[in-house]
Design a protein around this ligand. Structure first.
Ligand SMILES: [Zn+2]
Length: 592
């Protein structure tokens, strides 16, 4: 919980929930709220709402709700302190230095900082090599041949690793101890026993790889000649884990958010080529295939992606693996397969940015792409068709929506001309099942707390002027008891008793699940300004209701008494009748 005066409390006050949620969910202004498709359940029409003033969210479909922290906790599957940190970072709120951690942690932090510093140094070194050495000049010619001019070299910080063998190592050694250089991922150790260091990258074009925050944490090196491997990355280090990095993300994230779309390519050259064509929302997975953590990283910025991998066999396999991963993360996936077996970089150089843009816009839905792939298989025999169907089946099973699955099954059957009942049956089964499917969403709950109750709850939440007075009226005679909203009133009154303006999320957390939903629904209603007169008339409704309920109870008692005999029964009956008269009068006074 965000305690008063704590860092979390400050973050919550400064954070804009619309902006934070907007990084995960495409939100549209709708009245006083923002709405979008719920990220917590599968839906086609938006029932997820964010309240910019109250700084809360609520899904009218599945009932989840809370504040900016609970949202981030759910999305990132993290603990509260981590959620606070994430929100603070997203909103540019400086995070106070944590209290001194264990000596171990402190050492690790220092090491990471030193490694980042060393990478900046190395990047400058590689750039200088490209400028100032003979070898570097030859490398420059190679870059120019690939259409990379001085502007591009400067923009992407490209450099050159000389062939010498320990040029970088000697450079770094002037400033850093061997122990640190050893874990930098920039050097390797001689395996023959001497244990000497030599440069990991030799005679390679160097591409600095930055993390999300734009800090260089690794390098990718492309061989100039026929050296193998063609691409070589830094080894894993305390600041670099290949599967947690998307190349160019630091520069792409704004564009991805703005356009709610990411272009996913394979390598640095592709990302650079696409970015230079003016399409900045491009990232490269820098590997043969996307890793799950990369998909999750991407999902923080958009859930719409066009996969544009190389069209060779490896690229196709990578595309297919990536589709699976992206679907599992709830992405809307399209695939761009460039004509003429071109990779994006080559295509843009040869055909121009405009041609690429056009193709990008018409990129196929992933299912169409996959059907196209299946159709390239031999479909002349039953066996061949079975292979094609088996190729498609896992994808069909990963489509989150059942109706869509069944639609695709039909489409596949048509496209592959599958008539065999056995194949149809397995397609139908694949469409009906879904592995790891989330249980059906809770049905829409339309619980009808009466209007007066809703208004009183809203007033207790918002009316600064007479909250106390309203609270004491409600407490007196237990006006809220027996109401559907009883527990909400009780929690609100308790918050009022502590003298605080009730916090929507804290209150939600104090309520059982079923009430939490109702609470959020009420809080989200567009409430008009209230005044004490309205409060009075709502209180009157509750008073009448209470008097009526008492009257009913007395009437039932009277009915059971009339069956009895004797003096005692007679006395009680008289008392009950008197009470009934009194309640009747009371009700008349109350206008009921
Ligand atoms: Zn939902």
């Amino acid at each position: 919980m965000a305690e008063a005066g704590s860092f979390a409390e400050r973050v919550k006050q400064q954070a804009d929930i619309v902006r934070v949620v907007g990084e995960y969910v495409r939100l549209k202004k709708s009245g006083q709220n923002f709405t979008g498709l719920c990220p917590f359940h599968s839906e086609k029409t938006p029932s997820f709402a964010v309240h910019p003033v109250k700084q809360i969210y609520h899904c009218f479909g599945c009932g989840v709700g809370g504040d900016v922290f609970s949202f981030v906790r759910e999305m990132e599957k993290c603990e509260f302190p981590e959620a606070v940190r994430v929100v603070a970072e997203k909103c540019g709120i400086p995070i106070p230095r944590p209290r001194e951690r264990s000596p171990e942690e402190r050492r690790e932090n220092q090491q990471r900082a030193a490694l980042v510093e060393m990478h900046r140094e190395a990047a400058a070194f590689f750039m200088k090599q490209l400028e100032g050495t003979l070898e570097g000049k030859a490398a420059r010619a190679y870059l120019e041949d690939r259409g990379l001019d001085a502007e591009a070299i400067a923009r992407f910080g490209l450099g050159f690793a000389p062939s010498g063998g320990e040029v970088l190592y000697r450079h770094l050694k002037q400033k850093y101890p061997d122990k640190l250089i050893d874990v930098s991922g920039l050097v390797s150790r001689d395996q023959s026993g001497s244990g000497r260091f030599y440069d990991r990258f030799r005679r390679r074009m160097m591409f600095p790889i930055a993390n999300e925050a734009g800090k260089i944490v690794a390098f990718g090196g492309r061989a100039l000649g026929d050296d193998m491997p063609k691409y070589l990355n830094s080894s894993e280090t305390p600041i670099y884990s290949k599967s947690n990095i998307l190349y160019h993300l630091d520069r792409a994230k704004e564009g991805m958010r703005r356009q709610d779309l990411a272009i996913l390519v394979e390598g640095y050259m592709d990302a650079i080529g696409v970015a230079r064509a003016g399409i900045t929302n491009v990232v490269a997975s820098c590997g043969t295939s996307l890793a799950e953590s990369q998909a999750k990283l991407l999902a923080r910025f958009t859930r719409r992606v066009v996969v544009n991998y190389d069209p060779d066999a490896a690229g196709q396999a990578a595309t297919e693996r990536s589709i699976v991963l992206l679907l599992e993360q709830g992405f809307d996936v399209r695939v761009l397969a460039l004509p003429g077996k071109a990779d994006p970089d080559k295509f843009i150089r040869e055909q121009g940015a405009e041609a690429y843009r056009k193709l990008l816009e018409s990129a196929a839905e992933y299912v169409d792409y996959l059907i196209g792939r299946a159709r390239q298989m031999d479909l002349s025999t039953g066996e061949g068709k079975l292979r094609a169907v088996n190729f498609l089946m896992p994808y069909v099973q990963r489509i989150p929506n059942r109706l869509l699955r069944s639609e695709w099954a039909t489409r596949i059957a048509q496209q592959l001309r599958v008539e065999e009942p056995v194949l149809r049956e397995s397609l139908r089964k694949a469409a009906a099942e879904r592995r790891g499917e989330v249980k059906t969403q809770p049905e829409l709950v339309g619980r009808g707390a009466k209007q007066a109750e809703r208004r009183l709850i809203q007033m207790l939440t918002e009316a600064e002027g007479y909250r106390e007075r309203l609270a004491s009226e409600l407490r007196e005679g237990g006006l809220y008891q027996g109401l559907e909203t009883e527990r909400i009133f009780a929690a609100l009154l308790e918050a009022c008793a502590q003298g605080a303006a009730p916090d929507a999320t804290a209150l939600a957390n104090a309520l059982p699940e079923s009430d939490r939903r109702l609470w959020f629904e009420i809080v989200f209603e567009a409430a008009a300004e209230s005044n004490w007169d309205e409060a009075e008339s709502c209180l009157a409704v509750l008073r009448r209701r209470k008097a009526k309920a008492e009257l009913d109870a007395v009437q039932r008692q009277i009915e059971s008494q009339t069956a009895g005999t004797g003096a005692a029964a007679g006395t009680l009956l008289r008392e009950l009748l008197a009470r009934k008269q009194e309640l009747r009068r009371r009700l008349e006074e109350l206008g009921g």
